[in-house]
Each structure stands twice: as C-alpha cells, then as structure tokens.
Design a binder for this molecule. Structure first.
Ligand SMILES: [Zn+2]
Ligand SMILES: [Zn+2]
Length: 395
C-alpha cells in the first residue's frame, strides 16, 4: 500500500481532527444544521471562492475557481454526504456520538473530511482551469437528498460536466480502490401490500374472508418471480421485511386485513418493470381467487447507480498514477444496497468508486460498532484531487 503522492502533512492532521469532530455530532437527514455549519466553517478557513448553502434543504456547495484557461468555464462536481443514521453508537471511542440515538455508521463523516482535504489541496494550488464544486448533500440515507438538490436547481446553478463520489467499503481490503465501468449499486424500491377481507371466528372460517391464508399464498408465490420471470444472468431480489395481521394473543380470531412491506432490488429497468408487473398480477389474482381485495403500492426510491464507462476509465487511469496496480480493482461484484448518487448519474456523466475499509476487524456499514478508518483519508483525497485536475485539464 504505497502512494506516489502525498497530502500536505497539516492537511491530513486537520482532516482527521475534522472527521472526528463531525463524527461526534451526527444528525439525521435534512436536520444536518450543526454539520453543515461546520462544513461551511471549514470551507471558509481553507479559502474557497464562494459558498452556497440551503440547497435542497441543508445542502452546501463550495466553489474553487482555477486560474488557468479562458472561454467557457467547465465545472466538475465532487460529492460527500452530510447525514448520519438513527442508531445508538457502541464503539466507546473518544470521538463517539454525542447525539443520543444518532450515529455516523456509514462513514459520511469520513467522506466529508476527504472532500474538505481535497478542497484544501486544490485551494492551495489553483493551477487548473474551470471550477471544482464541492457538494455536501443532505439525507443520503433514505431521504433522497441528491434528488432534492437537483430539484432545487443545483445543476442549473452549476452546469456540471461530470460528477464523482467515493464511498468506503468494509467488505474490501483496506486501501484498495474499486471502480466499475457499469453497475455499482442496485435500484432500491419499496413495496406495500394490503389484503382486505372479512374477519371472524377462526373455528368458523367459511363465514369469513381470510386475508391470512391469502397473504401466505402471495408471499410464497413472490418467491417464484425472480426464479421464473427474470433472466438467470440478471440479478434481482424480492424480500418481504414485515407482516402485520391479527394479534399474537388471539389465535381464534381471523382479522379483517393483513399488511406487508418489502423491498425489490434490481440493476436493469426491464427487470424492475417485470417484477413490478408480476407483483401486481400475483396480488390481484390470488385475492380474486379468495374473494378478497388486494392493494399494491410500488415505490421507486433510488434508481440503480450505473457508472459512465468513460468517467470510470478516467478514475482508473488517475488511480493508476497514484496507486500500485494491485490496489486498483475493476468490475467488482455490484452491491444490492442503494445509493442516491444514482440521481446525479442520471443527469450528469460520472462515476462512484469504493475504497476498502478492511475485511478483518472492520464492522459492517450501519453497525453500531462501525467507525470510519482514517487511514483512507489520504489516498481518497489524493484520488479526488487527481480526478478533478484530470477533468479540468481537458478544458
Ligand atoms: Zn448508509
Ligand atoms: Zn453511505
């Protein structure tokens, strides 16, 4: 694990201090007031040219203008996330959460520190053309903060020609950089199914319309959708995560209704459409057969995160100048987790890469034992700096 470049020593020391300070004040999506204020304070201290706040709620953008080049200004976006998770931290670290019930368990504190370190390095040497937009977005964890920033005019204010982000990955060895030329994360959809019947005595079922048996049929048939209607070469998941009907104390009462919630994960929009249709078909037809009413709500939350091949190639090429070849992974198995950077990639060419957090002792993302590994700050910040400079060199 050697680097052919280095951050200024004080940039790295400062980034670690900032990372730990941010870790101690986690806030939930769209409530990142102290966090965004600290980001603004850091951006001011490192000398960005302009700061815009309140984009998409609590989003912050810091702009760095280069001193080279003439003509149309080119903008490159680098993204970090502001939000923490609803979770009680159990790390016992000196910098652990001071905000009870909230925690930076996805490493967004690390991503902010990386982007601030990148901005500090770029601010100190403006020998580039165009503008670097340091984007700190709210509410990545389920709140679609990227979409909120886009809807609030982010791309009209800053016409990005490309955008990039890095996320830490505890499932990859420490320090390895993974960059795929296509799918990285899945589309994450929510399904809500309600089966409405007519409850009554469990000993006299023929006088009821039983939603429990029908729901059992529906859940069982949903297991056939991926195996029978999706090309085996494609990946897809349907999981039911919750069922509510009746009472655990009332075994002889058939309830009026059963409600289920679940998730669908896909990479390909055709597969996503097939699954959505089959869920409706199964619920409609099973409920028809049982003389019941079935309701389905299919919510498309986050699209699949699909890297643009040319921007992924740019990341791979600058990583090659920074890292040993063995530290760069390509075409790693995509994750079935979701990521709202996908909204940016639907509008702007770009790429999302992963940096290994370690596979031996590292806790998984969203675990109360998780902490971002500060050893990743330097290589990730250097990689983002090189990406920005490479993009703007072509202006
Ligand atoms: Zn997360
Ligand atoms: Zn995350």
């Amino acid at each position: 694990m050697s680097l052919r470049d280095a951050l200024q020593p004080d940039t790295l020391d400062q980034a670690i201090r900032i990372r730990r300070a941010l870790h101690s004040i986690p806030e939930l999506g769209y409530k990142e007031l102290k966090t965004s204020a600290m980001v603004v304070e850091c951006l001011q201290a490192l000398g960005v040219d302009e700061i815009q706040t309140g984009i998409g709620g609590t989003g912050v953008v810091g702009l760095l203008h280069g001193i080279k080049g003439t003509g149309t200004r080119r903008y490159v976006g680098l993204r970090a996330e502001l939000d923490g998770l609803e979770l009680t931290e159990q790390t016992g670290l000196a910098w652990q959460s001071q905000n009870s019930g909230c925690m930076h368990a996805c490493g967004h504190d690390g991503h902010m520190a990386i982007l601030l370190a990148t901005a500090r390095e770029l601010s100190a040497n403006r020998e580039f053309s165009g503008t670097v937009c340091c984007i700190f977005q709210p509410a990545e964890e389920g709140g679609a903060g990227a979409k909120a920033m886009i809807e609030d005019g982010l791309l009209e204010r800053f016409p990005l020609s490309s955008i990039y982000a890095i996320h830490n990955a505890p499932w990859l060895p420490i320090g390895k950089i993974a960059i795929n030329s296509g799918a990285v994360m899945a589309a994450a959809d929510r399904i809500e199914i309600s089966v409405l019947g007519a409850g009554g005595h469990g000993g006299i079922p023929h006088q009821t319309r039983d939603p429990i048996v029908a729901t059992a049929n529906i859940i069982s048939m949903l297991q056939n959708v991926v195996s029978r209607y999706v090309d085996p070469a494609e990946a897809a998941v349907i999981s039911i995560g919750g069922i509510h009907g009746g009472s655990p104390l009332k075994g002889s009462m058939i309830p009026d209704r059963v409600d289920c919630v679940g998730t669908v994960r896909t990479y390909c929009t055709d597969v996503q459409s097939t699954i959505e249709k089959k869920i409706h078909d199964i619920v409609d037809h099973v409920c028809d057969a049982h003389d019941l009413t079935g309701l389905v709500t299919y919510k498309k939350l986050y699209p699949a995160t699909i890297n643009h091949a040319d921007r992924a190639a740019l990341v791979a090429s600058v990583a090659d100048g920074l890292l040993d070849q063995c530290d760069i992974l390509s075409n790693v198995r995509p994750s079935m987790a979701g990521e709202d950077f996908s909204f940016f990639l639907q509008k702007v060419p770009g790429a999302y890469c992963l940096i290994g957090q370690g596979t031996e002792s590292a806790a998984s993302l969203h675990s109360p034992s998780y902490d971002f590994d500060d050893r990743n700050i330097e290589r990730a910040a250097l990689l983002l700096k090189r990406i920005a400079l490479s993009e703007l060199a072509s202006t």
